[in-house]
Design a protein around this ligand. Structure first.
Ligand SMILES: N=C(N)NCCC[C@H](NC(=O)[C@@H]1CCC/C1=C/[C@H](COP(=O)(O)O)NC=O)C(N)=O
Length: 148
């Protein structure tokens, strides 16, 4: 596939196709190298707060936690998992404010551009098997475990 904002156009003067970038206005005869879209997989534990874009979840109809309280929750989970006291998926199942809780926090495979930028960035800075520090998105505050 062509990278974003590129399209094929027809040159009538030379009677052949060329490539046009609709944002930069650049045109070229040779096709821009197709971008390989990175695929990644991650699980997460989400703690929502009163300012979350959707302050409601399967766990709690109306979420009133402050950002500080949500961060405190996330840091407690991170401690427990880091100390080997709890398994990530078990905590996610009970504590995560995302519907992925029912899958132990697993979001499955996804490509760049699917998740909120801050979340995607958080995943891409992790090695597979590594757990993130708290990551903030419009949804709330997350711990991310990169799994693929
Ligand atoms: N097709 C599916 N199932 N969803 C499309 C993905 C939507 C994506 N979601 C996220 O980025 C948040 C942060 C990472 C995971 C995630 C889960 C959110 C968090 O909960 P919410 O703030 O939405 O209530 N719940 C589900 O989507 C986005 N681009 O907004």
């Amino acid at each position: 596939a062509l990278p974003p904002n590129w399209e094929v156009r027809r040159s009538t003067t030379y009677n052949r196709d060329y490539y046009f970038n609709t944002t930069s206005g650049e045109s070229r005869w040779d096709a821009p190298t197709p971008r390989v879209n990175k695929k990644m997989r991650a699980s997460h534990i989400l703690a929502k707060h009163v300012d979350s874009r959707r302050p409601s979840s399967w766990r709690q109809e109306n979420i009133t936690l402050t950002k500080e309280e949500a961060l405190k929750r996330i840091e407690e989970f991170r401690e427990k998992i880091g100390a080997g006291e709890s398994v990530f998926a078990d905590i996610a199942k009970v504590e995560s404010d995302c519907s992925s809780a029912k899958h132990g926090g697993d979001l499955g495979w996804f490509e760049e551009g699917k998740m909120q930028p801050a979340f995607e960035k958080g995943v891409l800075t992790l090695e597979v098997g590594e757990m993130s520090k708290p990551v903030w998105t419009d949804s709330g505050v997350h711990i991310i475990l990169r799994t693929g």
